[in-house]
Design a protein around this ligand. Structure first.
Ligand code: S3P
Length: 449
């Protein structure tokens, strides 16, 4: 269980040029999936480069509670002895997914077509997040659920005894919803189909094929993305080499762009088009980033990034790009504050149901630091300060949200006066080595107690 009981206030101060290599840890999305698919395969899956953040460790514990054997062999090296599709057993206690929406929603999918009962909970952030987006499609398989108002956690899911396959068009662009349906479809007979209007991250599809499932993808005549999975496959254990996390790489990359004189090398950043929207956007803003040594790592296209301090200009981010950079808008809004001109982010209402309401959290912190913003339910507009600089000097509330904490700390590295966050403890959910890695580049970030 993740605990955010003791807040850790942290402060970032104007720093000299950031220099060096930022080798960020493993991808969070792929790490969760490696554990879950490993647990549903027959035999031993070996994982290297697993992200050992709290979110992923909570998923490892959940797989153990469902009957798989999950063993840490060394740093980032894990083995999972899977129980096979349909082989999970009823957990003896509540499954606590800590801060992780991905963990809870994917695991709900995995147990929804098992004939037993699972109760889920999480931390103060996760207990506020909507689960109806997952329990609605899982009900079509025959699963029942009882949660708090609006389906919030704690929630009990009674898996379908005789699941039926489902065809489902996702009402929101969400890889978590898509993945929950596909995971439930694994233990339903026949074909489960998911249709998405906007394509979201495709790690589930790629990895299921890698584990030997029969899964096809196609574009419909309407331009939608259609995935068809044949249920009840025997998944074959794999050796999974988890690539580095492009969402974590975003922090040193954006810090280097706004701290004068910086030059940072960031190896192995995903170029998967369902994940790399931030990097496309930064280049459009005028960022000096070279993409070197393109190759495939852990089944994902990656490149090494060389990033230099740049004078950036504001742009309008196309709303159809939102899904491919959904976790990167907080740090983009920080970069936008240092750019010359206005950056418009539309079609971003999903940010309101992340670990916090990220539009509100960023808007309030940016304003407190002297940056003019505009917002509505689905939009965030940042009026860049450009050569006038960002004042800083505020304490920003992080609302148990790792990406809000890291974004404001990046902002403090280039602001005129220090920026404090009220609680940096959630950073450990996704990027436990953030402070060490940033210090290695020369960033002045300290804990205040
Ligand atoms: C994730 C999907 C995204 C993202 C989250 C990880 C995943 O959430 O924000 O950090 O691994 O599937 P949504 O699917 O809700 O957009």
């Amino acid at each position: 269980m993740s605990s955010h009981g003791t807040p850790i206030p942290m402060t970032a101060r104007k720093s000299g040029p950031l220099k060096g290599t930022a080798a960020v840890p493993g991808d969070k999305s792929i790490s969760h999936r490696a554990l879950i698919f490993g647990a549903m395969a027959v035999g031993e899956t070996k994982i290297t480069g697993l992200l050992e953040g709290e979110d992923v460790l909570d998923t490892a514990k959940a797989m153990q509670a469902l009957g798989a054997d999950v063993i840490r062999e060394g740093a980032g090296e894990w083995t999972v002895h899977g129980v096979g599709v349909g082989g999970f057993t009823e957990p003896a206690d509540v499954i606590d997914c800590g801060n992780s929406g991905t963990g809870v929603r994917l695991i709900m999918g995995a147990v929804a077509t098992h004939d037993f009962c699972t109760t889920f909970t999480g931390d103060g952030s996760l207990r506020k997040r909507p689960m109806g987006r997952v329990t609605d499609p899982l009900a079509l398989f025959g699963a029942q659920s009882v949660g708090r108002s609006e389906g919030r956690l704690p929630l009990t899911l009674i898996g379908a005894a005789e699941p039926v396959p489902v065809e489902y068009e996702t009402p929101v662009p969400s890889a978590q919803v898509k993945s929950a349906v596909l995971l439930a479809g694994l233990n339903a007979p026949g074909q489960t189909v998911v249709i998405e209007k906007e394509m979201t991250r495709d790690h589930t599809e790629r990895m299921l094929v890698g584990f030997g499932a029969e899964l096809t993808t196609e574009t419909t005549p309407d331009g939608y993305h259609k995935i068809t999975l044949t249920g009840r496959p025997e998944l074959t254990p794999q050796e999974v080499a988890v690539p580095r996390d492009p969402s974590s790489a975003a922090f040193p990359v954006c810090a280097a762009l706004i701290v004068e004189g910086s030059e940072v090398f960031v190896p192995g950043v995903s170029q998967n088009t369902t994940r790399n929207g931030l990097y496309t956007t930064l280049v459009e803003m005028g960022a000096d980033i070279s993409f070197e040594n393109p190759r495939t790592e852990g089944g994902e296209p990656v490149a090494d990034l060389r990033v230099k301090y740049s004078q950036l200009k504001g742009i309008e981010v196309p709303s159809e790009r939102a899904a491919s950079m959904i976790d990167e808008f907080p740090v983009l809004s920080v970069v936008a504050a240092f750019a010359e001109g206005t950056t418009v982010m539309r079609g971003v209402k999903e940010l309101r149901v992340k670990e916090s309401d990220r539009i509100d959290a960023m808007a309030r912190g940016l304003e407190a630091c002297g940056v003019e913003i505009e917002e509505d339910h689905d939009t965030l507009i940042v009026h860049g300060r450009g050569s006038k600089g960002v004042k800083g000097g505020a304490t920003c509330a992080t609302h148990i949200d790792h990406r809000i904490a890291m974004s404001f700390l990046v902002m403090g590295l280039a602001s005129d006066t220090p920026v404090t966050v009220d609680d940096g403890s959630p950073i450990a959910t996704s990027f436990p080595v953030f402070e060490k890695l940033m210090a290695g580049l020369g960033a002045a970030i300290t804990r205040n107690n």
